[in-house]
Write a protein that binds this ligand. Sequence first.
Ligand code: C5P
Length: 236
Amino acid sequence: MERKELLYTGKAKKMYATDQENVLWAEYLNQATALNGVKKDTIEGKGKLNNQITGRIFEYLAEKGIASHYLQELSETEQSVKRVNMFPLEVVVRNVSAGSFAKRFGMEEGVDLPFPVLEFYYKDDALNDPFINDAHVQVLGAATDAEVAEIKQQALKINAALIEMFKGIGIRLIDFKIEFGKTAEGEIILADEISPDTCRLWDIETNEHLDKDIYRRDLGDLIPVYVEVLDRLNKM
Ligand code: C5P
């Protein structure tokens, strides 16, 4: 397969076309951002860790019957993915209070929620990715009612699979963000990435942060922590 023109540069990835109509080439970058890009740094080695962690997780989900855009690893920092039309939505699933949820409701972090809480955010950097409800999703034309229902169902299934997977490697899945896209055939599938950049992962024993909060909250060096997550996934 041949890499063709650059289609899009995101905060942590570059997407290229390929010589195959329905296949894209994703390159994971050594860039870390927080606060919608206000905090920004180059972190050597981060791209290859997230590329490999995302690959391992998408492979695990495929084994559990959950389809994603992931096709295969192309190099340490690159993977091929199916071309999809992305929904302009960030879907957050929360199992435990933390982050913006804890802040919004004046709650302590680390409290188990009685059931997984789903949230939608509208992907628009200029608007700071606002928190939106189901009606907003439709009014904004981001997804239809039926698509929202399908996305919610898949998000809960993905959550159940990920809780189980992370539990097996000594990690408590606090919350995470996923994105969905539609294939040329009209199938809605999981896309983008699942990595410590997009999940809150706490060590089951110590509650130690194994995710990007290390960077967001200036808690230390992010690389050894991401290496730890990849090592545990590789031993799975
Ligand atoms: O900040 P907040 O608590 O809303 O984040 C919830 C989850 O979504 C966290 O796991 C965080 O890593 C993820 N997230 C993300 N990208 C964003 C916002 C949140 O991956 N733009």
